[in-house]
Design a protein around this ligand. Structure first.
Ligand SMILES: Cc1ncc(COP(=O)(O)OP(=O)(O)O)c(N)n1
Ligand SMILES: Cc1nc(C(=O)O)sc1CCOP(=O)(O)O
Ligand SMILES: [Mg+2]
Length: 576
């Protein structure tokens, strides 16, 4: 093991940079949190509670990872993509990596050719020397446990022969062959010289081949393919060349409003039909489909299921991406991870979370709004106009659908004022409306699970009443802590009051910013904020803002009080 240092568990915890979650199987084998060895070796097999806190180091017991039992290692499904690079990243190796990542499968790569390519077309091609393709193949296959090999652009007979020879030496579970010949822009990526080696050498080793109409036609000496029946005939003829399964993609069939693919496994034909997605962003669909099939096979799914899931995945991604704009050419890339649109300016919070956002934290209450005859959106609008710096929707009795609709409407209001909107308890609602984050309590969804589900950029707040809970919140990746009840409250039943002393204790123990909650209003907010601890950043308030006739007036009063008092020098955030 490379340079290693012994640290006791307590010093590890004290740094707050390294923490191991020892899994039950490991504990049973005697691995504990004591006497951990920290090294810069990358071969880490134990799961961490929050890997972002490892900061490039790995931690393990005194033994090297390789000496741990196999049952402690997590086998990751692995696809090796042997394909060309697309500089525009819509197709080729880049599409394969994205497709596998989206399907949660590891993808290694052997690059056969480097293309200068964009959404207009292919401007240049430089094939990788055959010896170097062989070297890449050997590097990956001799070391990593590859489950499935997926091929894309194989630009020369020599490269195909090297691949087949290497696969005989390092057999894998399945071989998926996308017989790439022509790019979506019509540029030739592999000439006719490779047709015979495809047919005679590669296809007999393949578990599935996935030609499109043009490729199927070229492989069948230029036969015209114009109808679904033609696809069936082509699938059978291609099957006779030796692959175990054939998927002929009919995306280019004329006069069809559906995308029809024909799958043939030697016994049965399956007609896979779905409405054609109207979009120009189809560059890389073939590569991605084949990679998804490979990914599902790597997970252990049978072939027909793999093909169906892959087709559904590509359709979903095409539909999601139909109006995105990347490049000026006729065929743009699509978004495998279904995330790019979220960054468009009108629907995404532009700033990162800032602890000064906690200064005047408005928490809604459906009962109070009902009682005063106002909608949640009116309540939120008034609170923001009055100076609320962050809003939490705490709608305990709302029906899910109503809650989601209100959350979407409130989000619009909050976004237009640059105020973050969090959802109480309901991670599903936060995900569905793309809220800025969530607030969870000790008996809600654990903060580390919320963090995993929401991703690194969302805000996660956790209720804490003790220093131990506070430390855990930090480890779990929370952004702030809500501490209370500072005073008794009628808003939350059976709530334990921790008082100003409890608040102070939590603040002192916390490395995260803290917002105080429980029974706070204009009469006591100053006392709370003056306890003199730097981590206390604001007050979270329900009834003082919402249990009255005019939310705007009440919020303004509290905002003025917080703004006027020179609280502690840390927490000033004057808005409006
Ligand atoms: C800012 C803030 N702090 C604490 C809480 C309380 O959360 P929780 O303990 O989960 O209780 P409920 O609000 O779910 O009843 C909060 N909501 N906000
Ligand atoms: C939602 C909530 N959480 C609390 C905690 O102590 O964690 S106290 C509380 C209710 C706060 O309402 P009001 O401002 O009306 O007292
Ligand atoms: Mg809760």
């Amino acid at each position: 093991m490379a340079s290693s240092t012994f640290l006791s568990a307590s010093s590890l915890f004290a740094t707050k940079h390294y923490l191991l979650l020892i899994p039950p199987q490991a504990s049973a084998k005697g691995y504990t949190n004591n006497n951990l060895r920290v090294s810069n070796s990358p071969s880490f097999v134990l799961r961490t509670k929050n890997s972002t806190h490892l900061q490039g180091f790995v931690a393990m017991q005194e033994k090297d990872a390789s000496t741990l039992g196999d049952d402690l290692k997590i086998k990751i499904p692995h696809v090796l993509s042997v394909a060309g690079s697309d500089s525009g990243a819509g197709a080729g190796i880049q599409a394969d990596l994205k497709a596998c990542a989206a399907r949660r499968v590891y993808c290694s790569t052997v690059i056969t050719s480097v293309t200068a390519q964009n959404t207009v077309g292919v401007q240049g091609v430089s094939n990788v020397p055959e010896d170097f393709v062989a070297e890449q193949l050997k590097s990956v296959l001799s070391d990593m446990q590859v489950d499935v090999v997926k091929t894309g652009m194989l630009p020369s007979v020599g490269i195909i022969n090297i691949l087949c020879k290497t696969l005989r030496e390092f057999p894998v579970q399945a071989l998926v062959v996308d017989p790439v010949m022509v790019s979506t822009s019509g540029d030739v990526l592999a000439g006719p010289s490779i047709l015979s080696v495809f047919r005679e050498v590669l296809f007999p080793m393949a578990d599935i081949i996935t030609p499109n109409l043009k490729e199927a036609s070229a492989l069948l000496d230029g036969v015209q393919l114009e109808t679904v029946d033609d696809l069936r005939c082509a699938a059978r003829l291609l099957y006779d060349m030796g692959p175990k399964n054939v998927l002929v993609k009919g995306g280019d069939l004329p006069d069809s409003s559906d995308a029809v693919d024909i799958f043939f496994n030697g016994d049965n034909f399956y007609e896979l039909r779905s409405p054609r997605v109207k979009t120009q962003n189809t560059h890389g669909t073939g590569c991605s489909l084949a990679s998804c099939i490979a990914a599902e096979l790597a997970k252990g799914y049978p072939m027909v299921s793999a093909v169906k899931v892959a087709k559904r995945f590509v359709e979903t991604a095409l539909d999601y991406s139909k109006d995105i704009f990347i490049g000026n050419g006729p065929q743009g890339p699509f978004d495998h991870l279904l995330r790019l649109k979220r960054h468009s300016q009108d629907c995404h919070r532009l700033q990162a979370f800032n602890s000064s956002d906690l200064l005047l934290y408005a928490v809604t209450d459906s009962e109070m709004n009902k009682k005063w005859g106002r909608s949640i959106t009116d309540a939120v609008k008034a609170a923001i106009e009055g100076g609320a710096t962050i809003v939490q929707l705490r709608e305990k009795d709302a029906e899910t659908q109503d809650f989601l609709e209100s959350a979407k409407a409130c989000l619009k209001i909050c976004r237009s004022h640059g105020v973050p909107l969090l959802i109480n308890d309901r991670i599903d609602i936060a995900l569905a409306c793309d809220a800025d984050g969530v607030h969870v309590g000790q008996s809600d969804m654990p903060a580390r699970v919320a963090r995993t589900l929401l991703g690194p950029e969302k805000i996660v707040g956790v209720s804490c009443k003790t220093p131990e809970q506070t430390r855990q919140a930090w480890v779990d990746g929370a952004d702030y802590i809500g501490c209370g009840g500072v005073y008794p409250t009628n808003t939350k039943e059976n709530n334990i009051t921790v008082g100003l002393d409890g608040l102070k204790t939590v603040c002192m123990a916390s490395t995260l910013p803290v917002v105080a909650i429980g029974g706070i209003g204009v009469s006591n907010a100053r006392t709370v904020m003056e306890i003199g601890v730097p981590n206390l950043k604001g007050v979270a308030v329900v009834s003082a803002l919402f249990d009255g006739e005019c939310v705007l007036t009440e919020t303004r009063k509290l905002h003025a009080m917080l703004s006027e008092s020179n609280i502690d020098g840390y927490t000033q955030k004057l808005i409006i």
